[in-house]
Design a protein around this ligand. Structure first.
Ligand code: ZN
Length: 252
């Protein structure tokens, strides 16, 4: 009897461990769906374009950075690729020369808020100010009025979406997340993208920031990924476009 009870206890403990693992795996799956591909908030946004040919858009968030953006620009120039930079108003104000260089080299500058705050905590007038301040700073520094908006960490719901669209913006997320802020090797980033790439994909990179901040960080892997990934995608027949170009090629 004693042995039977002991066995039952062991089985109970084993099933609890398995249950715990299953719960953790499910949580990890849901979190990665949210943060990797932002699938729960995609509705009504542009995250992948329906295009008749092999087009792909590289996008870089959180810059400009005095350390990393010039390196990203050098690699893009070498690879003869134009990209889209979702910039923070605060960083544009602090590093105006770099923002102007991005534009001068034929890339596109779009809006990623002024301070990189998560939008769902804002009242509507605060959200409007956050986006408008970035818009005004980008316009003052570069002369360009951004028309595409990417929300920090993709956190937004229908209330925020409606307000942002009322301000004249199209919301842009991504279909492929390079995870360059947590991945430690450019080969890994490239392999991940090559395995999943589809025509019309929008790929998320960062030219500034670390795991928890939008400033500083180590973007060495991002810089190294550009030539490797571009070469491989060109071999597969892909052409690189900005978000504006991608939109103009999209099927109605
Ligand atoms: Zn960001």
């Amino acid at each position: 009897m004693c042995n039977e009870r002991a066995m039952k206890n062991i089985l109970k403990k084993i099933s609890l461990v398995f249950l715990g693992i299953a719960v953790l795996a499910a949580a990890f799956f849901v979190i990665s769906l949210f943060f990797d591909e932002a699938v729960f908030v995609r509705k009504g946004t542009l995250y992948r374009a329906k295009v008749p040919e092999k087009l792909v858009a590289l996008t870089f968030d959180d810059g400009p950075s005095p350390e990393w953006t010039p390196k990203v620009l050098d690699e893009l120039k070498e690879a003869q690729v134009k990209a889209t930079f979702f910039m923070l108003g605060d960083h544009v104000r602090r590093y105006p020369e770099i923002a102007r260089r991005v534009l001068a080299e034929g890339h596109e500058i779009e809006n990623h808020t002024y301070d990189h705050h998560v939008l769902i905590y804002y009242k509507m007038d605060e959200l409007e100010k956050e986006i408008k301040d970035a818009q005004d700073t980008i316009k003052d520094v570069t002369g360009v009025v951004p028309r595409y908006f990417r929300p920090p960490k993709a956190w937004l719901f229908s209330r925020e979406k409606k307000k942002i669209e009322e301000m004249g913006y199209r919301i842009v997320l991504w279909s492929l997340n390079s995870k360059d802020w947590v991945t430690f090797h450019d080969k890994q980033i490239t392999a991940y993208i090559l395995k999943r790439i589809q025509p019309g994909d929008i790929i998320l990179f960062h030219d500034s920031g670390g795991v928890f901040t939008a400033e500083g960080g180590n973007r060495k892997q991002t810089v190294k990924t550009i030539p490797r990934l571009v070469k491989k995608l060109k071999e597969r027949g892909y052409r690189f476009v900005t978000i504006n170009e991608l939109m103009s090629e999209q099927h109605p």
